[in-house]
Structures are given as C-alpha cells and as structure tokens.
Design a protein around this ligand. Structure first.
Ligand code: PEP
Ligand code: MN
Length: 265
C-alpha cells in the first residue's frame, strides 16, 4: 500500500489509530535499520527520522542530509514501512520528496507560507506540526495554505507550545485534539516526545493524548538514547517503547479503536 492509500485509510474513520515512531535523526545505517526492524516487528506502519534537522544551535549535529534520506529508503525496502522525514526548506523539497512517503513540515516552519504552498503542490501526504508559538486558528490557517494548493492529504500534529511552565520542554496542549477535530477533517495526531523533553514523561502524555481522541502518536525511539546525536533525553529505547505501546493499546482496545498496522501499509 502506498502512502496516499494509507492516508485515506487513516482519514476514513476517526476510530482508526496510527503509530509513527523512529529516531529524532537518522545517524547511521545500523541505527536506522535496527530501529526499523524492531518497529516493523511490532506492526508499526510508519518510520520517522530526520535527515535535515532544525537545531537550535548551529554548532550541533544538523543531520546527514541526502545520505540520511538514502538510509530511510533502505529501511523502507527492508521492512515495507512508510517513511516520514522533514523538509526544512523550499530548496530541499524536491530532494526530500524523492525519498519520503510523507513529507514533514516542522514546528519552526509551520508558518513558512512559501514552503507550505510548495508542499501543497506535491502529491504526497504532508505531516504538518504546530508552530510552538501558534494558536490553533493560526495552525488551521497553515493547513489551509497547503490544502488551497490542491494537496488535501494533511496530518496535523500537536507537539507542545511555549508557555511560562519550565518543568517540561514544551506544554502539550491536549485541548488541541478535540478543538482541531471539530474544526478540520484531517487526522490529528500527537507528538508527546518533544513536549515531554524527558523519556519518563512520554508514556503519560501518550496515554492522555490517546484518551483525548488523537488519531495517532508520533514517538521518538532510538536503540541507545544516551548516545543519540539529538534529543537524547526524550528518546525511548526499544523496551520503553514496547511498554508504552502495550499500555496505549489497552486504551485503544477498550474504546473500540482500530490500530492500523504494518500489514495495511
Ligand atoms: C521533529 O519531529 O523531528 C522535530 C524537529 O520536531 P518539531 O518540529 O516539532 O520541533
Ligand atoms: Mn527530536
């Protein structure tokens, strides 16, 4: 199944639920292929991983670029998973879209209107993250920049916003789930990893998002989080991810949700 068909399945019912998981950044062949093999063994249909990374400091790892995209393509070939990866710039869009099944637009580019318009002319699903300083009205307008150009396959991602609270990296806005579901027909998923900032907070935020009606979760998973080149404190190891999935699955099963699996991808 290609990404367009998978997206249509995601959208066809609010009862469906999709897990997206993988490392913050693609770092090496071994890292990405072992993560993909583990996730596909759990039936996870979509692999995430950044090849172009929007880092706060210019002195930190910026991503592997095209070499990283090639590793994601290998992971797809070996596992059959669909791949989502970020395009940070209009200049990279063509390259990224040659490799990605789903194109990610990150929080920092959520109001990069030229990039949104350009991705709106590509016939691949778009995973659009909420700008961490944006209201939900602004977020909906960002999605309209994409859909107005023709591309209606949009996944909205709540990933936390800046508030006065400093105990977590960002404040996960759970209200975004019901509010966005009321306002748009697109699937609304939650990234609990970036607001958590710490691995131990990722599971409770995932449970809350699922109970609130999110159409899926996007979670950072790394074979050895302490060695990760970015976001090492918030990435889950394989065992932690499996435990999280088992607990979230209990909520999904109790509420009659359909978990979209690898076989459908
Ligand atoms: C990411 O998901 O890779 C990422 C950089 O997140 P955000 O754009 O939400 O900060
Ligand atoms: Mn990250």
């Amino acid at each position: 199944m290609n990404a367009r068909t998978f997206y249509d399945l995601m959208k066809s019912t609010h009862e469906s639920f999709t897990y997206i998981a993988g490392p913050c950044a693609v770092e090496s062949e071994d890292q990405v292929l072992s993560t993909a093999a583990f996730l596909s063994s759990l039936g996870i249909p979509i692999l995430r991983g950044g090849a172009f990374k929007p880092r706060t400091s210019p002195d930190t790892f910026q991503g592997m670029g095209e070499a990283g995209l090639k590793l994601l393509a290998r992971a797809r070939e070996e596992t059959g998973m669909l791949v989502v990866t970020e395009a940070m710039d209009v200049d990279h869009l063509e390259l990224v879209s040659q490799y990605a099944d789903i194109i990610q637009i990150g929080s920092r580019n959520s109001q990069n209107f030229e990039l949104l318009k350009r991705v709106g002319r590509i016939d691949k699903p778009v995973l659009l993250k909420r700008g961490f300083g944006n209201t939900l009205d602004e977020f909906v307008n960002s999605a309209r920049y994409v859909s107005n150009e023709g591309n209606q396959r949009i996944i909205l991602v709540e990933r936390g916003i800046r508030t006065f609270e400093q105990s977590t990296r960002f404040t996960l806005d759970i209200s975004a789930v019901p509010v966005l579901r009321e306002r748009v027909g697109f699937p609304v998923i939650v990234d609990p990893s970036h607001p958590a900032g710490k691995a131990r907070y990722v599971k409770p935020l995932s449970m809350a998002a699922t109970a609130a009606g999110a159409s899926g979760l996007m979670i950072e998973v790394h074979p050895e989080p302490s060695k990760a080149k970015s976001d090492s404190e918030q990435q889950l190891n394989f065992k932690q991810f499996e435990e999280l999935k088992n607990e979230v699955d209990v909520i999904l099963n109790a509420t009659g949700r359909t978990i979209l699996r690898f076989q459908e991808a």
